[in-house]
Ligand binder design. Structure first.
Ligand SMILES: [Zn+2]
Ligand SMILES: [Zn+2]
Length: 196
């Protein structure tokens, strides 16, 4: 019997980025607040035992559950992470390309507006900042683009990292065989459904 079931679940982060960096795929839970991410690393992830870090991707149609947990040298401050997210191109690229190993890092996600960026910065609509009209609410002037306002984001990766070597992609039928995922769903999904 593992102590897994007593570890609290944490989902107060905005998403997960997948980036090549240092020649390896990085899995990057994203925070909007630098201090929050730094203290989470300091209090929790720093104490994780690398070979025990598990990352699970539970796939359901166009979404997936991101589930991350580990044994800690300081069990009293340990947390497990989860988030339900839409599948993305970067996610699919990670799934294909990770090769069984990844770095875990935390990242700080910052929204950018037109005033913050250089002319060639890309908007979420994939057109450059200079294609957006500052005099008209930042509307995109590119042919047929229906973007009404420039918006972009920047991700800063924190330097500290852990190595993950236990990476699995699962379907719902596999859930019962994986204690971490099973616990996650029991606490965060099935129980909530029963309340509703
Ligand atoms: Zn745009
Ligand atoms: Zn555009």
């Amino acid at each position: 019997m593992s102590s897994q079931s007593s570890i609290p679940w944490f989902d107060d982060f905005v998403g997960v980025a997948y980036r090549y960096y240092d020649l390896r795929m990085n899995v990057v839970p994203l925070f909007t607040d630098r201090k929050q991410s730094a203290s989470l690393w300091h209090d929790t992830i720093h104490w994780w035992v690398d070979p025990s870090i598990k990352i699970r991707f539970l796939e359901m149609a166009d979404k997936y559950w991101f589930i991350l947990g580990a044994d800690s040298q300081k069990p009293e401050t340990n947390l497990s992470f989860f988030k339900e997210l839409p599948k993305s191109e970067n996610y699919e690229r990670f799934k294909k390309g990770h090769g069984g190993e990844a770095y875990l890092r935390l990242g700080v996600y910052t929204k950018k507006i037109l005033d913050d960026v250089k002319k060639d910065a890309l908007c979420d609509c994939e057109h450059e900042a200079q294609d957006h009209d500052e005099s008209d609410n930042d509307v995109c002037l590119y042919n047929k683009c229906n973007c009404k306002k420039f918006s972009s984001f920047q991700i800063n990766l924190l330097k500290k990292k852990k190595t993950i070597t236990d990476i699995k992609f699962l379907e719902e039928k596999d859930v019962k065989n994986d204690p971490l995922v099973w616990n996650c769903l029991n606490v965060n999904r099935y129980s909530k459904y029963q309340e509703n």
